[in-house]
Design a protein around this ligand. Structure first.
Ligand SMILES: O=C(O)C[C@H](O)C(=O)O
Ligand code: SF4
Length: 514
């Protein structure tokens, strides 16, 4: 097993940087559904460009490299303790090399372990089997989509759908609702794994296991096959679309599993995975630890580079009526008040990262720099320091903004911040503050971490490093950083509009189907 650690390193790097073939096909099919020139089509182009960049640079597709979760099947007699040790070493190395973000945080102190190793991190699920090789599957599922997982306890009442009872039709309603409630916040278009039955924890595990089925896998249970087909057909009519901007592609895959339950309990659990669906696997020689075969790489690999060239030719005549506005901090209130939902803003100059820890901190502390007229970016990047002590950005897409809803408006007013960039949108409290103060919310494309890292020309400095790399305040000099105005200073919110219209569409699925 002397090669096992190297094999695991290869699996981790490949999973973080190279999307599986079935997922690539699903993204390509989604793109084909959208009309050229629409917001959804442009967002999907950014996503596919990002997938290609990550592949070329062997860099993380998304900066949130998730909770490394290993599903391992071992022949009887293989030492699992040694395997765990080798995997942990491989994880540490991949973190040092900037292929994984340090993502393991002490829940009580907030301290980041710095190497992705901690209590319960990574996650291992071992099972013995009668084959003579080891099967290792890895999923890197990020925190934003993890937050959109949902568990239903039947019977229950659902927005738009009414009562969901303890039968196949009740399950159908839960699944439709799960897609609606995720909106674009889990970086749609997404994939869902559904677990029916079990206790609460077994139900969620079953849901996550479904994510290891390939997108084209057909359910052997006829009822569940029908259910999966139904969801794929109908969830895509909710109009949530890529990043929740509206559009045809909302859901790229739905896989459902079932297990027994207790008489008193009836759980339906949904594991939501973003488009950046990073899962791969390998068959490993149990004697040497070498990789014999890769999983999820069957058939043709969609090459998004080649696709982009074809597309550029095909869409050359499509004129877009989107207004583009270039901004450079410090930004004035007048400039902000000119912006309307739908405008594309191109940012040059400085922006400053701030996410959960920073927002909490700024409520009752001074900012480390003057933020008047500045741009805050909800982002936890992957950073590496070179031998000269200079920081370099390895991946830097937006994080889900709604978590900052309790703080955002107050902080913008307190420090004079004019623009906030993130993804998934924010709620009524922030919308009101944008109106009162003269601020704007800009939506970047979630998961497009290489695309945005490329816009960052220099790291000017960092403050509050005690919060760890993802949570520190990074001062970034950018060029051509594009994002869409989705909440303006006139009380308009694309997110509120899409939520409302998708709820109306959801309510059309209240009638019994199964
Ligand atoms: O933690 C991050 O950088 C992003 C997160 O996965 C999110 O989707 O909000
Ligand atoms: S930012 Fe989006 S793409 Fe990245 S892990 Fe979070 S949900 Fe997934």
């Amino acid at each position: 097993m002397e090669k096992f650690k190297d094999s695991m390193y290869e699996l981790i790097v490949e999973t973080s940087t190279n999307l599986p073939y079935d997922v690539r096909h699903a993204v390509k099919a989604a793109k084909a559904k959208e009309n050229a020139g629409t917001r959804a089509a442009l967002s999907l182009s950014t996503i596919t460009e990002n997938i290609q960049m990550a592949d070329d640079k062997i860099s993380p597709i998304c900066q949130d490299t998730g909770m490394p979760t290993f599903e391992i099947k071992v022949p009887v007699g293989v030492n699992q303790i040694k395997m765990k040790k080798a995997i942990k070493e491989a994880i540490e190395q991949a973190t040092k090399d900037g292929k994984l973000r340090p993502n393991s945080v002490d829940s009580l102190t907030g301290a980041n372990s710095g190497n992705n190793i901690g209590e319960g991190t990574p996650v291992f699920h071992f099972e013995q089997w009668e084959e003579d090789y080891i099967d290792v599957r890895l999923i890197l599922k990020g925190g934003g989509c993890e937050n959109k997982n949902i568990q239903y306890s039947l019977p229950c009442e659902l927005d738009g759908l009414g009562r969901a009872g303890r039968d196949l039709d009740g399950i159908r309603k839960c699944i439709m609702h799960s897609v609606y409630q995720a909106q674009g916040q889990g970086c749609s278009a997404g994939f869902i794994g559904v677990g029916i039955g079990g206790d609460r924890s077994a139900s969620y595990l079953l849901a996550k296991e479904q994510l290891f089925r390939t997108v084209d896998d057909v359910n052997p249970n006829e009822d569940l096959r029908k259910l999966e087909d139904y969801v794929m057909e109908n969830a895509n009519t909710l109009g949530i679309g890529t990043m929740g901007f509206g559009g045809e592609a909302t859901l790229l895959g739905c896989k459902v599993g079932v297990m027994h339950r207790l008489p008193a309990s009836f759980f339906v659990s949904v594991a939501y995975n973003c488009w950046a669906f990073r899962r791969l696997g390998v068959k490993v020689n149990a004697e040497t630890g070498e990789i014999n075969e890769w999983l999820y790489k069957d058939g043709e690999k969609v090459d998004f580079g080649a696709l982009a060239e074809e597309e550029a030719a095909a869409t050359a005549e499509v004129t877009s009526d989107v207004r583009e506005v270039v901004l450079q901090a410090p930004i004035t209130e007048e400039q902000i008040r000119e912006l309307k939902v739908g405008d594309v803003v191109i940012i040059n100059g400085m922006m400053h990262t701030g996410r959960d820890a920073i927002h909490h901190h700024l409520m009752d502390h001074d900012a480390p720099i003057d933020l008047n007229g500045q741009v805050i970016y909800h982002c936890g990047p992957v950073m590496l320091k070179d031998d000269q002590g200079e920081w370099h950005v390895k991946a830097a897409g937006p994080t889900t903004s709604i978590r900052e809803e309790p703080y955002q408006g107050d902080i913008m007013k307190k420090f004079g911040i004019r623009a906030v960039i993130g993804k998934g949108g924010m709620g009524p409290k922030t919308l009101k503050a944008l109106q009162e103060h003269g601020g704007v919310y800009l939506n970047a494309i979630g998961g497009a971490a290489q695309y945005y890292a490329d816009c960052i020309k220099k790291v000017q400095g960092v403050d509050l490093m005690e919060f760890g790399i993802p949570e520190a305040m990074w001062h970034l000099e950018v060029e051509g950083f594009a994002a869409i105005v989705t909440m303006d200073s006139h009380g308009n919110s694309l997110h509120a509009d899409v939520d409302k219209s998708s709820l109306e569409k959801l309510s059309q699925f209240a009638e019994r189907v199964f």
